[in-house]
Write a protein that binds this ligand. Structure first.
Ligand code: PEP
Ligand code: MG
Length: 538
């Protein structure tokens, strides 16, 4: 028996046989033709690869579709294609040229000091792998795994998870990889227990070798003895039981012991997320991040957005959906602007970006007002910093309404509009913002902590500010709660730290009326709050 320690990328405990996912080595028997022929082969392979990806896009939704779209767009990247062309012209075979340039390109992206971009390097490798396989005449069919198994590899590519039958993946164990990688994000969404960075030893395991993967403790046990298997079995029974118990709470309203009702919304990014959140018992969606509709420089137009919001409403079973307008900024950039801007956390972000690009904002508002005819839709503006930008945003909503009315386009005139309070200035002036046609507020503690403590939310060395109970932020929340009480409007907390049961309880004790969380933890928070008594008894 041997234990390997890694980093947990998605929680859970499973045991089962290994399925070694091998990503192959460079073809050894390639025949290199004349450069002109190699270039023609490469061009044909790119067309085929784009076509394959497009077909997969049509069958997928949400983050999977975005990843595939990004990969397809990569195959149109001028600089990547030119570098490959140059290598081919110098006599390198097409497949070798793609491998060579793909690796260099991915390394260059990975080195960029930008979390979003560096995560995308794996997509470059993934899409180049597809082109190489076409050139080498290898199958792009996903592996056919017969029995449910734990996937073991150096790293998992997004296309591995998109292709394989989900019911056959018990867990994932990799020697390398990153928690922020797309494959890790997908594993979390799919609820597949995963451990990364286990080191090279995990790659020496044989196919079908039996292991225990404990992603709660980021540990893999090789050749477990009977006692370890028994213990794991017990944990799994316990895990299933608590999962079922929590799911049993799905239809129970979240009311604390003293009778305070708490709304439990979900944070979502796609229609697929919304469907999953409703299935898991969310009261609705408290934050639908819309900027994930933007892929590179493709900003969906009014019509595309309208259809998307309608699709989200159609899966929400009449429950409220709160769409946050595009929060474009340093960590969620919009490429290809006519007038490129310098992105910075303290620059054009959230509502400021939108007010600087009123047509983009108007398009989104029009799409939202039109979609709202078909369900319970609410709109919220990100990063409101002052009563002035709140007022300016409201005026643009009025303008969108006037335009639609003049054009005779049906829309909902009564869409509730709320403000994201996520910078200290907005909390300090909450009374003025909330007093001006504000129907509800979301306190975004990810940003409120970042801007209160001057602690970059993307810098892992700052993580201590984002856990536990940040006292300075608590004082700002008090101001927002008081203003919300005065104007009798609901106030929600929607940052990541509210997923912790104790922190969630503190928010409710402080007067927050609801929470908006990742859907996977909603029932756990409900179970905790059901047991809380907010009235101290003597
Ligand atoms: C927040 O800032 O807390 C929040 C929920 O918004 P986002 O994470 O999208 O910035
Ligand atoms: Mg925010």
């Amino acid at each position: 028996m041997k234990k390997l320690q890694g980093i947990s990328a998605s929680p859970g405990l499973v045991m089962g046989p290994i399925y070694r996912l091998r990503h192959g080595i460079a073809g050894l028997t390639r025949v290199v033709e004349l450069p002109i022929h190699e270039q023609a082969l490469f061009d044909a392979a790119v067309i085929l690869a784009k076509d394959e990806i497009l077909q997969m896009e049509e069958k997928n939704d949400g983050p999977q579709r975005d990843i595939l779209m990004f990969q397809r767009v990569m195959l149109e990247d001028y600089s990547l294609l030119e570098q490959i062309k140059e290598c081919i012209a110098q006599g390198m075979g097409a497949a070798r040229a793609v491998e060579h340039v793909g690796k260099e390109y991915a390394a260059m992206i990975e080195a960029i000091d930008d979390e979003y971009l560096s995560q995308r390097s794996i997509d470059v490798l993934d899409v180049c792998r597809r082109v190489v396989k076409i050139l080498d005449g290898e199958s792009r069919m996903p592996p056919q795994i017969e029995h449910p198994s734990i996937l073991v590899s150096d790293r998992i590519y997004p296309s591995d998870l998109i292709g394989i039958d989900k019911s056959k993946i018990l867990g994932i164990a990799t020697s390398a990889g990153s928690v922020q990688s797309h494959a890790a994000i997908m594993a979390r969404i799919m609820g597949i227990p995963s451990i990364i960075q286990l080191g090279a030893d995990i790659l020496n395991c044989d196919d079908r070798q039996f292991i225990i993967l404990d992603a709660y403790h980021a540990q893999v046990t090789l050749n477990p003895n009977e006692q370890a298997i028994e213990q794991a079995q017990m944990h799994m029974v316990h895990q299933d039981r608590s999962r079922n118990l929590l799911l049993g709470l799905k239809h129970q309203p979240c009311i604390t012991k003293d009778g305070t009702s708490v709304t439990l919304f979900a944070n979502c990014s796609s229609a697929q997320d919304v469907r999953q959140a409703i299935e898991l018992g969310a009261d609705g969606v408290g934050l639908l991040r819309s900027e994930f509709l933007i892929a590179g420089d493709h900003v969906p137009g009014e019509e595309e957005q309208y259809l998307h919001y309608r699709q989200c409403l159609s899966v929400a079973e009449g429950k409220p959906i709160t769409v946050c307008t595009f929060d474009i900024g340093e960590d969620r950039k919009l490429e290809g602007l006519d007038d490129p801007i310098h992105y910075s956390a303290l620059g054009l972000r959230g509502i400021r970006f939108q007010l600087a690009h009123p047509n983009l904002f108007l398009n989104q508002i029009r799409a939202l007002l039109r979609a709202a005819v078909y369900g319970n839709l609410r709109v919220i503006f990100p990063l409101i910093t002052s009563p002035a930008d709140w007022e300016e945003a409201l005026e643009l909503v009025d303008l969108a309404k006037r335009q639609l009315r003049q054009e005779g386009v049906p829309f909902c005139d009564e869409v509730p509009i709320g403000a994201m309070i996520e910078v200290p200035s907005a909390a300090l002036l909450a009374d003025e913002i909330l007093g001006n046609r504000c129907d509800f507020v979301n306190i975004g503690t990810n940003d409120l902590i970042q801007y209160t403590y001057a602690a970059d939310r993307q810098d892992s060395r700052m993580s201590s500010y984002f856990t536990g109970w940040p006292r300075a932020v608590s004082r700002l929340i008090d101001m927002v709660v008081q203003a919300a009480r005065y104007y009798k409007i609901p106030v929600y907390a929607c940052g990541v730290n509210a997923s912790d049961p104790d922190t969630a309880e503190r928010y409710i004790r402080q007067g927050v009326t609801g929470l908006s969380l990742e859907s996977g933890c909603l029932m756990q928070i409900k179970a905790h709050l059901l047991d809380v008594d907010l009235v101290p008894r003597s």
